[in-house]
Design a protein around this ligand. Structure first.
Ligand code: GDP
Ligand code: MG
Length: 353
C-alpha cells in the first residue's frame, strides 16, 4: 500500500519536473526567435507624399443598405417604437403614416395594419413591420442568362424615356463581361443619335461589342444585325436597348412588340424582358408599368435611382400589385451601382435597428 503510494508520488513529481522543463525550453526557444527578428526598419518620414497621375478606377461594390439612407430615414419613427404585444391606436397611426410616406402603397399598408391590429406585435413593432413587408415580397427572382443550344440569349430593356435603360445596360454589360460572358449591345433606341453614342461609350468602358445604326433607322433591323454579329462571334448574350418614345403616330408599344418578335427569332431567344422603372417617380412608375405590361411579356423589373428617393417602399408596391419580381436595383450612376435585389437585405435596410 505504502509502496504504491510512493510510486504514484514519484510519478507525479516526475511529470511535474517534465512540465516545468518543457515550459523553460519553450521560453528559451521564444526568446531565441525574438533575438533572431530583424532590427527595426528605418522610421517612416512624418509626411508621406505619393503622387498619383491617374486616379485608379475604384471597384467599390455598394451595398443596398449604404445607398438606401433616405428611404431608411422615413422608417425612423417605426424603428423607435419599442412596444411589444398589443399596439395602441397612436402607434398604428405612426406605422400607417410611415408606410404611406415610403410609398409601399395603400394595399400593403392596409394589410400590415390589419395584421398588427389582429395579432399585435409580440416581437416588437419594428420587427413585426419588417416581417410583414418581407412577406409582401416574392421569393422567386431568378435571372436567366442562357438560351437553348444554338441560340443567343437576349435581354430586352423596355421603359419610358429617362428611366435609366441605357445606363442599366451599361452596368449589366460590366457585370456580365466580368462574369466571363461575351456580350453584344444592340442600340435599338434609334430615336436620336445621342442614344447610340451613349451605348457606344458604355461598350468601350465595359468591353462589350456595340451594334448601332443611324438616327431614325428601324430598331428591328439593329437588333437583327446584333444577333447576326453575336451568333457569328459565338457571343453569349445580347443586351437590347429600345426607345422610350416615338416621333410620330407610330405606337410605341406596337413597335416594342415588333422588336421583340425579331429578337426572339433564331438565332436569338429572348430570355429576359426587363421593364426599367424610375423609383423617384413613385406611384407613377406603377401606372407606366401597367401600360407596358400589356404589350411586352415582362419577366423582371429593374428599379433605378433608389439612391435618390425616400420612397424605396415602391419596391413592395410594385411586386404586390404587378406580381413581377424586382431583379436589379440601380443605386447610382456608376458602373458598379447596380445590385441584384435581395428582399431580406432590403427590408433590413429599411426597418432593422
Ligand atoms: N442616381 C441615379 N441615376 C441614375 C440611375 N440609373 C440611371 N440614372 C441616370 O438617369 C439618367 C437617364 O438615364 P438613361 O440610361 O439615359 O435613361 P434611358 O432614357 O431610359 O436610357 C442618366 O443621367 C443616368 O445617369 C441610378 O440608379 N441612380
Ligand atoms: Mg437610353
Amino acid at each position: 500500500m505504502i509502496g504504491s503510494v510512493m510510486v504514484l508520488a514519484s510519478v507525479v513529481v516526475l511529470v511535474a519536473i517534465v512540465v516545468v522543463l518543457a515550459a523553460i525550453a519553450l521560453a528559451v526557444a521564444r526568446r531565441g526567435r525574438r533575438a533572431l527578428a530583424p532590427p527595426n526598419a528605418a522610421p517612416l518620414p512624418d509626411v508621406l507624399v505619393t503622387e498619383i497621375a491617374q486616379r485608379p478606377e475604384l471597384d467599390e461594390e455598394p451595398t443596398l443598405g449604404s445607398r438606401l439612407g433616405a428611404s431608411r430615414g422615413v422608417f425612423d419613427r417605426v424603428r423607435s417604437l419599442t412596444t411589444t404585444g398589443a399596439i395602441s391606436d397612436e402607434q398604428l397611426d405612426i406605422v400607417e403614416e410611415v408606410l404611406l410616406r415610403s410609398d409601399v402603397g395603400v394595399a400593403t399598408t392596409g394589410a400590415v395594419l390589419e395584421a398588427l391590429r389582429r395579432d399585435g406585435a409580440p416581437e416588437g413593432v419594428a420587427t413585426a413591420v419588417r416581417r410583414l413587408l418581407r412577406e409582401s415580397l416574392v421569393d422567386q427572382r431568378h435571372v436567366t442568362t442562357t438560351a437553348e443550344p444554338g441560340r443567343v440569349a437576349v435581354w430586352l430593356f423596355v421603359g419610358v424615356n429617362g428611366v435609366g435603360k441605357t445606363t442599366t445596360i451599361g452596368k449589366l454589360a460590366h457585370r456580365e463581361v466580368t462574369a466571363g460572358r461575351q456580350v453584344v449591345l444592340a442600340a435599338g433606341d434609334t430615336f436620336r443619335a445621342a442614344a447610340a453614342e451613349q451605348l457606344a461609350t458604355w461598350g468601350e468602358r465595359t468591353g462589350a461589342d456595340v451594334v448601332r445604326a443611324g438616327e431614325g433607322a428601324d430598331p428591328g433591323s439593329v437588333i437583327h444585325d446584333a444577333l447576326g454579329r453575336a451568333s457569328a462571334r459565338g457571343a453569349d448574350l445580347v443586351l437590347a436597348d429600345t426607345a422610350g418614345r416615338r416621333a410620330n403616330s407610330t405606337n410605341l408599344l406596337d413597335e416594342l412588340a415588333k422588336v421583340r418578335r425579331v429578337a426572339d427569332r433564331a438565332p436569338g431567344q429572348v430570355v429576359e424582358t426587363f421593364m426599367v422603372l424610375d423609383a423617384t417617380t413613385g406611384q407613377n412608375a406603377l401606372t407606366q408599368a401597367r401600360e407596358f405590361l400589356a404589350a411586352a411579356s415582362v419577366t423582371g423589373i429593374v428599379l433605378t435611382k433608389l439612391d435618390g428617393t425616400a420612397r424605396g417602399g415602391i419596391v413592395v408596391a410594385i411586386e404586390r400589385e404587378l406580381a413581377i419580381p424586382v431583379k436589379f436595383v440601380g443605386v447610382g450612376e456608376g458602373v458598379n451601382d447596380l445590385i441584384p435585389f435581395d428582399p431580406d437585405e432590403f427590408v433590413d435596410s429599411l426597418v432593422r435597428a
